[in-house]
Design a protein around this ligand. Sequence first.
Ligand code: UT7
Length: 311
Amino acid sequence: MTKIGLLSIGAFVPEQKLTNQDLEKMVDTTDDWIVQRTGIRERRIAPKDMHASDMALEAARNCLRDTDITPDLFVASSGTSEKSCPYQASIVANRLKLKKPACFDINATCSGLVYGLAVASSMMAAAQYQYGLVTASEKMSLFTNYRDRRSCILFGDGAAAILLSKENWEHELLAVELGSDPEGFEFVTMGAREGDPYFWQDGQKIFRFAVNTISRLIDALKVKAGLEEQDHFYIVPHQANLRIAQAVADRKNIPMDRFIMNIEKYGNTSSASIGLALEEAWRNNRFKKGDTIFLIGFGGGLSWAGAAIRW
Ligand code: UT7
């Protein structure tokens, strides 16, 4: 089986911050409630004329900046694209001046980046593609109702990108594990009716689903990646709620410092969130060679996706 690995990671967030204090002036909420229940302190909001494709482009440029590589395969994950057609991957591929890449969009909500890694790496192993670029970009503010305190405190905008290679990679992709529970397809809904954005979720059901899913995927990925009991691993979960990571840490008896979290700064950026956290950890040299990193996504659908990477 051809081995595929990560070469580089990029990220982009808009400059404008929306703090809990700003939200206190907009809806009936408090900084204390938001921090206690979610761990979020601020999030980034893209200006009106900055679309998900613009953020994907910036993350991709950051990812490719120190290489002279032109990807021949490009997968763009987004649930918040500005248009159905042209599709996001084609807009970004045009602006990156890619030469006749295989390129397409996917949407698996918050699991999208990890689904993208699984799809791109499988195509690279099965066919001629040498370099696969995967982006995950979300303009969550497009579908956020800033009069609804239950949801507007959660979301932020941002994008991440990962470059995969068949050769000379830095970090091996060891295993992936994908799945979904379509019986719960209505437990998270998001969209816009006649221009009116809405988001609804059964928060407590999704919370339990998230804790169960992350716990189960840690076990499954440990086996698939061949980890021994004493092997050191980190978890980069979808950043939906700090309390979800704390509940998994308690249940599985894993120290909290093994969970890579930056929800405090960016809130829930759906499929971009794992990439934003991974890029920050990578930039800050958080991992040592030989560590195993589990990327774990979960969300609407109800979808889940895990990937194990050897650093
Ligand atoms: O990314 C997709 C995957 N999604 C998730 O993983 C989400 C998982 N779920 C969660 O993170 C949590 O369920 C939430 C953060 C969404 C909500 O937290 P919760 O502890 O489940 O709160 P709740 O919805 O049960 O609401 C508790 C109370 C309610 O008041 P009553 O009915 O007890 O009087 C809400 O009206 O808190 C109230 N409330 C608020 N109060 C102040 C809800 N939102 C707010 C708010 N500020 N922003």
